[in-house]
Design a protein around this ligand. Structure first.
Ligand SMILES: NCc1[nH]cc(CCC(=O)O)c1CC(=O)O
Ligand SMILES: [Mg+2]
Length: 354
């Protein structure tokens, strides 16, 4: 019996050395993992995870106006788009075979109020964009975020009373927000507010309105994160936000809690679940995928995008390679897809490789 692990059995050592091999010093290794990495064709054969355009959800920021593109300083390469420009990006997404867009509005400050009432206006920016995109490109998926922060004067995701975020009262408004979006033609409702019980309430609201096919992707494990900073610039809530979101978004120290949150959202009717942010929480993605075997998504959030984009713009790292590596990391962690501001660039890169 010869136990071979990482070397050659002692008995075979002498015979195994070829004549002349002594001239070139060699380690006595049977197993050399580098053999499988010796050429690109060999690396392709043993590759465990692949990223394709099917894995991408592309978030777009909307702004009122026509033929307008406004740069977002903290997200170099990402613009706020007027509805007509968002339709052009939808066309680009179709050509790049990106399956789904996510829409986020920059609401005019004059339309923001304490209750976020613009959220339930069936003609708000998001609903306008959904209709315009679906009219030209009915075959692209559209995901709409459900939360009040783009619409409230205080920048919180829910209603406030005496400095507290009200849960049940907020849920009632979120149901109405989800309904105006679904009625506009949105395919996937994505509650990002972290109120308790909102998935069940939204599911019931949709079903009662006959919107049985509208899916719910729950931001199930969403953490109170510093990485949302640039997003809050993009939707214009950074300056107005008072305090933080720690009474509703999760504590970044926890993962068991993430499993309980995901479990609840699934039992309330979520079709898909999301972990957010992405790269700093890949352990959560893996646990969620392994525990529930549900379609699991990750959000590579604005701050993650900004870090890579800023370092690349400074020449501190190879932006394209860092981008591709960061996206593949989500696949390795078990994600079925990723919301990423890099989506169009990634899709272009993937296309140039085939
Ligand atoms: N509730 C709204 C919402 N939906 C997505 C993000 C962040 C996305 C990003 O940073 O890219 C946020 C911000 C927040 O919760 O403060
Ligand atoms: Mg929850």
């Amino acid at each position: 019996m010869m136990a071979i692990k990482y070397g050659r059995p002692i008995e075979l050592r002498e015979v195994s050395r070829r004549d002349g091999a002594a001239a070139s010093p060699a380690l006595d290794l049977t197993v050399r993992p580098r053999r499988n990495r010796k050429a690109e064709w060999a690396r392709r054969m043993v590759r465990e995870n692949v990223l394709t355009t099917d894995d991408l959800i592309w978030p777009l920021f909307l702004i009122d106006g026509n033929n307008k593109r406004e740069q977002i300083a903290s997200m170099p390469g990402v613009d706020r788009l007027s509805v007509d420009q968002a339709v052009r990006e939808a066309e680009r997404a179709m050509k790049l075979t990106i399956p789904c867009l996510a829409l986020f509005p920059y609401t005019d400050p004059t339309l923001r109020d304490e209750e976020g009432s613009e959220a339930t206006n069936p003609n708000n920016l998001v609903c306008q964009a959904v209709r315009a995109i679906k009219k030209e490109f009915p075959d692209i998926g559209i995901l709409c975020d459900v939360a009040l922060d783009p619409f409230t004067s205080h920048g919180h995701d829910g209603l406030i009373s005496d400095g507290k975020i009200l849960n049940d009262e907020t849920v009632a408004v979120l149901v109405r927000q989800a309904l105006v979006q679904a009625e506009a033609g949105c395919d996937i409702i994505a509650p990002s507010d972290m109120m308790d019980g909102r998935v069940a309430a939204i599911r019931e609201g949709l079903d009662r309105s006959g919107l049985l096919d509208v899916q719910i992707m729950a931001y199930a494990a969403k953490y109170a994160s510093a990485f949302y900073g640039p997003f809050r610039d993009a939707i214009g809530s950074a300056k107005t936000l008072t305090g933080d979101k720690r009474t509703y978004q999760m504590d970044s120290a926890n993962t068991d809690e993430a499993l309980r949150e995901v479990d609840l959202d699934i039992s309330e009717g979520a079709d898909m679940v999301m972990v957010k942010p992405g790269m700093p929480y890949l352990d959560v993605v893996r646990r969620v995928k392994d525990t529930f075997a549900m379609p699991t998504f990750a959000y590579q959030v604005s701050g993650e995008y900004a870090m890579i984009a800023a370092a690349a713009n400074n020449g501190w790292l190879d932006g394209e390679r860092a981008m591709m590596e960061s996206l593949l990391a989500f696949k390795r962690a078990g994600a079925d897809g990723v919301l990423s501001y890099f989506a169009p660039k990634v899709a272009e890169k993937l296309r140039s490789q085939t």
